[in-house]
Design a binder for this molecule. Structure first.
Ligand code: TXA
Ligand code: MG
Length: 320
């Protein structure tokens, strides 16, 4: 089913490039496009065959649901049951690296393959202008997981996408590197409104920032309950080579990935800046992985965006 003979078009984020990408999406083709977090592999969320080809092209387990991307709060409200908490979160953080999981509305039109049969939908409005232009030109929700083969490192540049999926998708819109560099934070809002929202995945929006706006602490996902976050496979975001975490000494034959001052093969941030480290994370892992040797990573503090960075590193290091 996966076509390896496609000539993948490289498109620029100009009006012509965006129109071409939107036409391909409306035609049921797969188009990779940049968001502020990572590059997404987009398909028309209402077209079951197009969504099926996302799963086939990525080699993604079919029980792992996708995020629907829309260009505005109004577009999101047509798909899901909106709530006061959703309004508070969207007003504070959309467009931006936050995904909200809410109950689906009747008449939503979303293919059941997007939700993998759940009665909730993950929805987000990305901040990157090029992504919103594409969503507006497409005129409907676009389902998009990260644009990498399933289980591999997420792409933060068009070159990463081309290396993983080139020849298998219709087009890639290239608008340079992603500014945030880790996937969106996913917040579950489908429970009773008196209960606090559930942090389903730490990501590009720090949970401390969400809690400051809510005025209450988030519940953290119960890792023992696979149903609360069906896509949170333990081994994920993995380089080909083994990865060792919290390394304070490096062994010979290992490549070192640092954080803060010091001599390393690559450094997430010399200055110890977590924003810079998140933006560099996947690109540095791609570069070290290309050298084909084991990788050891220095400790990264667990606050702010460090929670998302450590989550991705733990998955990359998990047994597989
Ligand atoms: O930043 C991002 O979120 C990127 C860009 C492209 O927007 N997308 C992304 O998608 O990271 P993906 O497919 O790699 O991750 C989506 C996550 C999965 O862990 C999935 O299980 C979860 O969202 N998810 C989707 N729908 C859900 C739902 N209804 N309930 C709970 N989790 C859901
Ligand atoms: Mg992914």
């Amino acid at each position: 089913m996966t076509d390896t003979s496609l000539q993948t078009e490289m498109l620029s984020p100009t009006p012509q490039g965006i129109d071409r990408a939107a036409a391909l999406l409306r035609d049921g083709q797969l188009v990779a496009f940049p968001t502020e977090t990572v590059y997404g592999l987009g398909a028309d969320a209402r077209n079951g065959e197009a969504v099926a080809s996302i799963y086939a092209t990525k080699g993604r387990p079919s029980f792992n649901p996708l995020i629907a991307h829309v260009d505005s709060i109004e577009a999101a409200r047509k798909l899901v049951h909106w709530s006061d908490q959703a309004e508070t979160m969207a007003a504070a953080f959309w467009p931006g690296p936050l995904t909200l999981v809410l109950p689906l509305r009747d008449g939503h039109g979303i293919s059941p393959l997007v939700t993998a049969g759940l009665d909730t939908l993950a929805v987000r409005v990305p901040a990157k202008a090029c992504a919103r232009d594409l969503l507006a030109a497409t005129g409907g929700p676009v389902a998009a997981p990260s644009a990498n083969p399933s289980g591999r490192i997420s792409p933060t540049s068009a070159a990463h996408v081309a290396a993983g999926l080139g020849g298998r998708i219709a087009a890639i819109v290239d608008d340079g590197p992603c500014g945030v560099g880790v996937e969106s934070t996913i917040l579950g809002l489908s429970g009773p409104s008196r209960l606090p929202p559930v942090l389903l995945r730490p990501g590009g929006l720090a949970s401390e920032d969400i809690e400051a706006v809510l005025g209450r602490a988030l519940t953290h996902r119960n890792v023992a309950d696979p149903l609360t976050a069906p896509g949170q496979l333990l081994s994920h975001y993995a380089p080909q080579a083994p990865l060792r975490l919290n390394a304070t000494r490096f062994r010979s034959g290992e490549l070192s990935l640092g954080f803060g001052p010091g001599a390393f093969d690559l450094n997430l941030s010399d200055a110890g800046d977590l924003l810079e480290a998140a933006a560099n994370l996947f690109g540095h892992l791609h570069r070290l992985d290309a050298k084909g040797k084991p990788i050891a990573v220095a400790p990264v503090p667990d606050h702010g965006l460090g929670a998302a960075i450590n989550d991705r590193l733990r998955r990359a290091a998990a047994p597989r």
